[in-house]
Every structure is written in C-alpha cells, then in structure tokens.
Design a protein around this ligand. Structure first.
Ligand code: AGP
Length: 592
C-alpha cells in the first residue's frame, strides 16, 4: 500500500522518480506526486488519479533538480484528492515528506501541533511528520528526523527532503518496507526492488527501527538513537525484463505465461537448499498455515499434500483471524506463513503472535529480505521473480511448488514424488496452448453478474481461487464452494442465468462431481467445466469445456487453476477494465 521513492545524484531526478513510481504503481494508484529541490526551492507537483495524471500535469515543465522524492498512494486517511496526495510539506514549504503506512497517534499529534499554531492543509496522517521535522530542525536533517520519529506510533516508512540540505534524502523504516539502492554517484530509496532495477542491483534492505541517510556519494544507516548500523549489501537476482511487460498487453497475462518457469525455478531452488531445512513436519503434532487471499488458497491445497505425504494434521487459518484468536499454539506446532510480498501485515503479525505463543515459524515468501522473510525462524523462497499484476498468478503456482516439495520430502517415496514436479512446467505449457479456447469461452459470459465455482477435494481451493481471480479483476460477483456443499444452500441461486464453473479432472471425486453437475443442469444452470482432454462425458454435459492435459490427481491443482486465471483475465480485459490495477486493491497490503 503506497509506494515511496527517493533519489539524489548527478542525473535529473524527475524522470527517474516518475519511472520508479510507474514500477511501484501496483502498490497503490489513488494519487501520485513528487517533490524536487531546485535552485534552493521546494517544488511539489501532485495529482489525484493514476501516475499518468501526474505525468500530464508535468508536461512542458523542465525541472532540473537532482534530488527528489515521489509517491503513489493507496488512500487510508483522507479521500484521494490533490490536497491529500503526497508529498506533504511543512507550513513554510521547506520540508517535503512521502509516507507509506499509518501514523496511529496522528490525531493527538495534530491537536498538539494545532495548539502551537500550525495550520494543516490535508486530512492525512502524513502531514504531521512534515510539521514535526520542521519544528525539530536545527541545521541537521538527520537529528530532526530522529526527534520527530520519537513522537510517532504505528507502522510506517517515509522519505524526507529539505531545501536546507539540497543533496540529501533521508528514509525511515518502521513496519513498512524500505530499501536503499546503491549507485555510482547516485543513491536511491524505494518501497520495493523493481523501482530501482534500471539503475542498480545493489540493495540494502532496511530493518525496522532504521534510518538511511543518502547523499549522491554516501549512504549511512542509523538506528532510531542515531547510532550507526552496519548493513549487508545484497545483489538482487531480479532483472528489469522481469519487471516489464515484454510485449504482453498486461503484466497479469505475462505472469500467467511465466508459470512454467516459476514452478521450475522454485523446484530447483527447493532441491538445492533442501539440506538446510532444519525441521521435519512429522516432528510436530500439528501444522498451522497462515496466509491471506491467494496465498491462503495455496495453503489450502498444501493441507492436502501435507496430510497425504507427511500424515500430519494441518489447519489453514486466515492471518487476520489468527492474530486475535484464542487458538492454542505451543512448541508442538509448526506454523507456516505464506506470502508472495512478504509484507502483508496481517500475516506478519499473525506469525509474530505464533512465535510468541511458542511455535516454530516458517515462511514461504517470494521477496527475499521482506519483513516476513526476516520475521520467521526459517524461510523457503519461491522463485517466481517480481509479480506486478495485482492478481496473483505465478506466485500462486510457485507457492504450490514449495508446499508440494515440503510435503513430498517427508514421504517414503520422496524421490519419486519430487521427480513428478519436473513434468509440471511442460503440462502447464500444454494448458497455456489452449488459451485461445478459453478466450472464446470468455466472450459468452461478459454480461453475467454472478458466477459459482465448484470443486472437491484438492481442487476445492482452486474453485476459491478461480472465484477470487474473477471478482478482483472483473468486478463480477463470484463464489467458490466445495461442490458437495452446494445442496446445503447455494443451489438456491442456480437458474438459467447462472454460470457454474466446475473443476472435474478424473480424480477420486470425479463421479461425485458429475453428480453435482447433473444437479446444476437439473436447475438449468450453465456448466463451464475444467477437465482432462478427451473427457467426452464431461464435455457433453458442459455448455463450455476448458481442457487440461491428463495428469495424476496430486498434480491437478497446478493445471486446473490455469484456465481459471485465463478466464478471469479475458473477461476483465474484454470488459475494458484495468486488469493490472483493479479498483480499490493494492498489491501489497500493509494495513490491518
Ligand atoms: C491475489 O490475487 C490478491 N491480490 C490478494 O488476495 C493477495 O493474495 C493477498 O493480499 C496476499 O498477499 P501476499 O501473498 O503478498 O501476502
């Protein structure tokens, strides 16, 4: 939620900031803005709407500044207006701040500052930071920031510049992500790595309670007491191509097509690091999986594999529910948190709470150095590369890969089970080769207002995932259900207008699925099915049939999800919607 960026160097800051903001836009797109220091003056340009609105407002303005900060917003406090857009400044317009996160005590601070005569221009929590820094400034921006931070409560990251020190950018991290990019004669601050990829691969990942002090030729890190901190420099394996559309119309489509590689890379990563895994699932009385959204659905699939291969009972819990639950947890439990971003605050807090209750915590994360990656006792990395589309696709199949491998490792048939993963990329390729068929199916359903998705056993979570994909990018209401539950309520919804997407590969519940399909047909529902190629019975019963190559039961979720991702994509794209940046959503959710 919200992307922040900072630059100080020898090049023009504005194009660098705008490019970086575009690569961070997936974090929020309610408004955008930049602040620059030019000829001793602070220039602030900001606009409600997407970054293209800001770019329009900047046309013809030839700023020469070499230091600046930028922001793309996902609104929390205050509507997405020009006034509430970041950067925010002090009264004299000498300090500018961009911020990600929430200042929880901002009302109290605002009242205190108002009593001192400060006049506020926005409804945001952020503005207090600019006023506090200005108030504490006595000739050294770092000291002013340290004093201001003492007053702030909440989870936040912010960057600040001042006209008094035109070649300096200071960044603060406490709960929200912030990295430093190290260049030659230039340095960068950003919420996430893709922002700085065109310029450098050298990154310092800040920890909570740290301040980065940047000039073009130096980077110094301090703790909140102002004491210097030594940090490791990491070389990110991500490259710019991975963070660009490369000829695809949308990032989401590109990322759907990257799934064979995401699975293979994640598998290879697992195999080469397997020996370092310091635990056995079997040594625990229970496995708890904690996650949100799509990652939660991956966890639900993981439950079937872990229970089948390792024989340990698994509970999958929404992170936002776990944190405040009374679920008994002890050192007899192993808790797995799944998160592509590694920054989802609900998952991070839930893992912290599990740790406090005595559990051993494991993360399955895509972003190395992210908050969850650092929080847990041990991390398993998915190797999907950066995912930019708000709708998670390749990170989901990468998470499935990690969970499958983790479970297979516990089985007496470890080798055989792990070997099976090697054939998944080719099977996904074959599924993707039928994308045109799915596109044709999508055209028939553009006007539908509701969808039902049904699956059983290991494909029940895929029904949930298919429904989530559709609703988040097409804004069509969709419900995922275990097919056997249909008769306990949702069947009342079925009539001749209701498309029912059924997932029915030939597995242990295939016959049951066929019966459920009959129940839908008897109520005149429209059946869209996902099944094995050559399945004439299923095809005959379906208004539309989306085929996947035949494979064994345990591997089906890797394939059944693909046509559902494509179906959601084509529907949203043909409706002319913003597939990569759907309304109200943000890629990384750093508020509770
Ligand atoms: C997925 O399409 C969604 N955008 C969302 O549900 C997402 O999976 C969820 O916010 C969890 O994110 P994480 O994996 O980064 O923790």
């Amino acid at each position: 939620m919200c992307g922040i960026v900072g630059y100080t160097g020898r090049d023009l800051a504005l194009p660098i900031l705008l490019g970086a903001l575009e690569r961070l836009e997936y974090r929020g797109y309610d408004s955008a803005g930049v602040a620059l220091i030019e000829n001793g003056k602070l220039i602030v340009e900001k606009k409600a709407g997407k970054i293209r609105e800001l770019v329009r407002a900047l046309w013809g303005k030839n700023y020469k500044a070499k230091t600046g900060i930028g922001h793309t917003r996902w609104a929390t406090h205050g509507k997405p207006t020009d006034e509430n857009a970041h950067p925010h400044t002090d009264e004299k317009g000498e300090f500018a701040v961009v911020h990600n996160g929430i200042i929880e005590n901002y009302i109290e601070l605002r009242e205190e500052l108002k009593k001192e005569g400060v006049k506020f221009k926005s409804d945001t929590d952020t503005e207090v930071i600019a006023h506090l820094i200005a108030k504490n400034y006595k000739g050294d921006l770092l000291q002013a920031v340290i004093e201001a931070v003492k007053k702030l409560k909440g989870a936040f990251a912010f960057a600040v510049i001042t006209v008094h020190e035109p070649n300096r950018v200071i960044g603060v991290k406490n709960g929200s992500p912030l990295i430093v990019g190290l260049g030659q004669g230039e340095n960068f601050l950003a919420s996430d790595i893709p922002a700085i990829l065109p310029y450098t691969k050298k990154v310092i990942v800040l920890d909570d309670g740290e301040i980065a002090d940047l000039t073009p030729d130096s980077v110094n890190i301090y703790n909140f007491n102002g004491e210097p901190v030594t940090k490791d420099v990491m070389i990110t394996p991500w490259d710019l191509v991975a963070a660009e559309k490369s000829g695809f119309k949308h990032f989401m489509l590109k990322e759907i097509y990257e799934q064979p590689k995401a699975v293979l890379d994640t598998y290879k990563g697992f195999i080469s690091n397997e020996e370092t895994i310091p635990f056995w699932l079997k040594d625990y009385r229970r496995i708890l999986i904690i996650a949100c959204g799509t990652s939660y659905h991956a966890g639900l699939v993981g439950k079937y594999w872990i229970e089948r291969f390792a024989g340990v009972p698994v509970e999958v819990i929404y992170a936002s529910e776990f944190r405040y639950s009374d679920t008994p947890v002890s050192d007899k439990d192993l808790v797995i948190g799944i998160s592509q971003s590694g920054e989802t605050i609900d998952t991070k807090f839930a893992l912290q709470s599990a740790k406090e209750r005595g559990a051993f915590t494991v993360g399955i994360v895509n972003v190395v150095g992210s908050a969850i990656d650092r929080e847990v006792d041990f991390s398993i990395h998915t190797h999907a590369g950066p995912e930019i589309g708000v709708a998670a696709t390749k990170t989901f199949t990468a998470q499935l890969t990690s969970l499958y491998c983790l479970a297979a490792r516990e089985s007496n048939e470890r080798e055989e089970l792990l070997k099976k993963v090697e054939k998944i990329p080719a099977l996904i390729e074959k599924t993707l080769a039928k994308a045109e068929d799915v596109e044709k199916v999508s055209e028939k359903y553009l006007k539908k207002k509701d969808f039902l998705y049904l699956g059983r056993y290991i494909n029940f979570p895929i029904a949930l995932e298919g429904a989530l994909k559709l609703k988040e990018i097409s804004y069509i209401h969709a419900e995922g259900y275990p097919a056997g539950e249909m008769k306990h309520g949702p069947i009342a919804l079925i009539d001749e207008n209701m498309p029912v997407t059924v997932i029915a590969p030939k597995d242990r519940v295939y016959e049951k699925m066929l019966s459920n399909i009959e129940e839908v047909l008897a109520r005149k529902g429209i059946v869209i099915s996902v099944g094995f190629e050559g399945d004439k019975v299923l095809k005959e019963k379906s208004a539309d049939f989306m085929e996947i190559p035949e494979t064994e039961e345990v591997l089906t979720p890797f394939l059944t999800v693909v046509p559902l991702q494509l179906l959601a994509y084509f529907i949203a794209s043909k409706l002319g919607l913003d597939v990569d940046q759907p309304r109200n959503l943000a890629k990384t959710v750093t508020v509770e």
